[in-house]
Design a protein around this ligand. Structure first.
Ligand code: PEP
Ligand code: CO
Length: 411
């Protein structure tokens, strides 16, 4: 099935339902669709309102101090890697990398995983070729599955229920980890989190998981602590921005190299009309060769308008290239260059670069080139990503160290 994009415009400026929504699975005719969304609408919250309030409070503090934010995890989570041992491994990796950042900078680091719901992927192409056969693209385990056949690639709305159940398991382990690590006490001097985050992509899923905060009465998105809007769905008049404008969570938004400063400002005005610190995280992912041209006018415009956003750099998604073997890859040198350029640009505008958003595997994968992966010939050894090429832990450490010290030779 193909994703559909509805060109319809809403007659009601506040509503998201009739707005254009890119990257949505076309599964409304599936016999289980209505049952699946009904089930989600009555399911318990996956994250509590108190947790979401706590993260917002932490991020509000981060805007005013020199604390850092580190957000990382898989490009696409797998249903098959949600057992406690997988989740604990990911949480330990997040802590290990954040501890290193803390050690090098002396600043406390707020920790956020791309996990606990990162099951839906936007794709640039609707189909892929496999051995001469054209099949729909893999779109994450919430939508279809990765084996390249017509049945496995069919969008199935029951997968939303399975994604919910998988997320519930991950959130449970994350909550226990936060509790036993001792940060449930309110002491945020050293470490806060790890909190969950994912791209809020599938509207059938996210819109059914809005709940009321029992204390404030405000709606919040109960699928994750920190939802973000992807590069392909950030249109200021589009459904994703409208939906997330309704919830009290902190919200992220990716910004690619073609982002227009006026559009970014409209997104800021919609998501954060009251200019509240801790509400909005802007995540440029522009590419090492484009960030110097594309980012300054955006930082200037957002700063002049008085939006107290958190600036985070994703040095992964603007630096994806095809290797000579045909595999998607990213070069560590390019990623370090983007991250350092990001830091300089934000500082030059009198704003604070608050950290990095990374795709990192727990295992010693060979998906990106750099560090222990010396060239593209080594990529085939352990390339296990469901979607984009991730850094392995050594490569992530090198990137974080370069960013912290600001002394990479590529600068
Ligand atoms: C991602 O984070 O995996 C992703 C698809 O990012 P972007 O929306 O920035 O392309
Ligand atoms: Co990705």
């Amino acid at each position: 099935m193909q994703p559909s994009t509805s060109p319809a415009r809403s007659p009601h400026p506040g509503s998201w339902q009739d707005r254009p929504a890119a990257q949505q699975p076309d599964w409304r005719d599936h016999p289980d669709h209505s049952e699946a969304v009904r089930w989600l609408a009555s399911a318990p919250a996956l994250v509590t309102a108190a947790e979401v309030r706590r993260l917002r409070h932490t991020l509000a503090g981060l805007t005013a101090t020199d604390e850092l934010l580190l957000q990382l995890g898989d490009c696409a989570e797998s249903f098959y890697e949600c057992a406690p041992r997988h989740v604990t491994g990911k949480l330990r990796l997040i802590d290990r990398l954040a501890d290193r950042l803390h050690e090098l900078t002396g600043r406390s680091v707020v920790r956020v995983g791309r996990m606990g719901g990162q099951f839906a992927k936007p794709r640039s192409r609707e189909t892929e070729e496999h051995g001469g056969v054209t099949v729909p693209s893999f779109r994450g385990h919430m939508i279809n599955s990765e084996p390249a056949g017509p049945v496995s690639r069919r969008a199935d709305p029951r997968r939303m229920v399975w994604a919910y159940e998988a997320s519930a398991g991950v959130q449970h382990v994350m909550r226990e980890y936060r509790r036993t690590r001792g940060d449930g006490t309110g002491d945020t001097t050293m470490a806060d989190g790890p909190w969950s985050s994912h791209e809020a992509l599938v509207l059938d899923y996210e819109s059914r998981l809005i709940r009321r905060d029992p204390e404030t009465g405000d709606p919040y998105l109960a699928s994750t602590h920190l939802p973000w809007i992807g590069e392909r769905t950030r249109g200021p008049d589009d459904a994703h921005v409208a939906l997330l404008s309704r919830v009290a969570n902190p919200v992220g938004c990716k910004l690619g190299p073609t982002a227009d400063p006026d559009d970014v400002l409209r997104v800021c005005d919609t998501l954060d009309p009251r200019r509240e610190p801790g509400r909005l995280v802007l995540i440029p992912r522009m590419g090492h060769d484009r960030i110097r041209q594309a980012l300054p006018p955006i930082v200037r415009r957002v700063a002049d308008a008085g939006h107290p956003v958190i600036w985070l750099n994703d040095p992964m998604h603007g630096n994806t290239v095809r290797s000579s073997l045909g595999l998607k890859t990213r070069h560590l040198t390019a990623m370090i260059t983007e991250a350092l350029r990001f830091r300089d640009i934000v500082e030059e505008h009198g704003r604070r670069p608050s950290g990095l958003h990374l795709e990192v595997a727990v295992d010693d994968v060979t998906e990106c080139v750099g560090g222990p992966v010396r060239d593209e010939d080594e990529l085939r050894r352990r390339y296990t990503s469901l979607c984009d090429p991730r850094l392995n832990p050594d490569q992530a450490t090198e990137l974080i160290e370069a960013w912290a010290k600001g002394t990479a030779t590529t600068r």
